[in-house]
Design a protein around this ligand. Structure first.
Ligand code: B12
Length: 362
């Protein structure tokens, strides 16, 4: 069975996303038969996945009452589709059809229809504008910028050994390992994302670069765990929310806190909520740090926080959140009940410290 790579939520719209997508896809292919041919043999699955994403992001924007989730997404999806030869007007047509189907499916719910119409109006207006920006600073002004690009070029040329040697040599020459994490590794990953978004590299290449970078991070561990840092007696559980596969960001947060003397427990990608709750019982951390990169996964973090709060007093367990949606939508962390957010791994250290000092931090 076809399974989209963004987790669904409990909202009535998200629950219908597959059915809506089937309905819309049939009509699009009737109108643009060349699209189905162009992307054979994966065209149907890809198109279905795209429409499922449109509906999922729409649903999250409605649930969290944040127009920006949808308009941001429309900018992004437009640039991805255009890079694959699908025009903004074809996307506009998909949105019209999604609206038509949802209005029919939820014809009794006047409030929902009004909210949806507002979002679709915003999205269509956005689509009428000229091409959207990539979302990542393309120039970069940090002194390590050219080294980040050199590092990425080595990996794009499948030269993993040289890429590792470059990182290790930098740290051995006295560059702070945190700067290597943020200004070389994170930066090159963000640039890698733009290459993927613009259809300049294959998915396989993106996977390769990321896998190699993860291995390279491990080569830096003597500089992270090997130092004799006094232990602070504070503990952290760090994880991605269920469904979320982007794990490097939260790994960096955990490693930065480890370098400050925290006892860190890094769980990696997509931890199911019930298992995470059991793990929290077992470890009793001072801080729980949770990451989401895809906006729809913010809903899962909100549900997790509600479940954690039902069991633990805020004073006993502080919750720090972060990742792409939190960096882009102001006040989102507060709206979903977290204690703080941090923009990157460096500021996460300060936020975690402040949280245990008491009070709200952002
Ligand atoms: C590598 C990668 C993947 C890999 C991830 C593998 C892995 N093991 O992690 C794989 C192939 C799995 C993947 C899959 C997908 N990806 Co991807 N991926 C990326 C990429 C290129 C790099 C991610 C990364 O490593 N970043 C480096 C880290 C260090 O940066 P960071 O995450 O921003 O983290 C920093 C801060 O945000 C913050 N932070 C992060 N978490 C937390 C948590 C806390 C508590 C705190 C305080 C701070 C904090 O601190 C970090 C360090 O400073 C990004 C590009 C990008 N801009 O990030 C796209 C990107 C995120 N992916 C994207 C997409 C669309 C997808 C897919 C939907 C594609 C698909 N159709 O299958 C799937 C979804 C999978 C899922 N369910 O999660 C889009 C998202 C666009 C959007 N509008 O949401 C991006 C932006 C690419 C792009 N430019 O278009 N992806």
């Amino acid at each position: 069975m076809f399974s989209p790579s963004i987790a669904s939520t409990n909202s009535p719209i998200a629950a219908r996303r597959e059915a809506v997508a089937e309905w819309v896809m049939e009509r699009i292919f009737k109108f643009y038969p060349e699209l189905e041919k162009k992307f054979e043999p994966v065209g149907r699955a890809r198109t279905l996945e795209d429409i499922i994403y449109h509906v999922t992001y729409l649903s999250t924007a409605l649930t969290l009452d944040r127009v920006e989730f949808f308009t941001d997404y429309i900018d992004w999806t437009r640039s991805v589709l255009e890079a694959h030869g699908v025009s903004a007007s074809q996307l506009a047509m998909s949105l019209e059809l999604i609206e038509e189907k949802l209005v029919a499916d939820f014809c009794d719910d006047e409030d929902l229809k009004a909210q949806m119409s507002r979002l679709f109006r915003h999205a269509q207006k956005q689509l009428a504008l000229k091409s959207p920006p990539s979302g990542v600073d393309q120039t970069g002004s940090h002194p390590l910028e050219s080294t980040a690009r050199e590092y990425l070029d080595l990996l794009l040329a499948s030269n993993r050994r040289a890429s590792k040697d470059l990182l290790v040599a930098l740290v051995e020459s006295g560059v702070d390992v945190r700067d290597v994490y943020l200004h070389i590794i994170a930066r090159s990953q963000h640039l890698l994302g733009v290459l993927w978004q613009n259809n300049r590299i294959s998915v396989a290449k993106e996977h390769y670069v990321t896998a190699a970078t993860q291995a390279n991070i491990t080569s830096l561990y003597p500089f992270v765990f090997g130092q004799h840092i006094p232990k602070l007696g504070r503990s952290l559980v760090a994880t991605c929310i269920a469904g979320e596969l982007h794990e490097l960001g939260i790994r960096m947060v955990a490693d930065f806190l480890e370098m400050e003397g925290w006892d860190t427990n890094y769980l990696g990608a997509s931890t199911p909520i019930p298992d995470l709750l059991d793990y929290i019982e077992e470890i009793s951390p001072d801080v729980l740090a949770v990451s989401a990169t895809l906006s729809p996964h913010v809903e899962q973090i909100r549900d997790l926080i509600a479940q954690v709060r039902a069991k633990h007093e805020p004073a006993d367990l502080r919750i720090l959140v972060g990742g792409r949606p939190f960096n882009r939508v102001e006040g989102l962390w507060k709206q979903i009940g977290a204690d703080a957010m941090a923009f990157d791994a460096l500021s996460a250290v300060q936020k975690a410290r402040d949280l245990l000092g008491g009070g709200e931090t952002s």
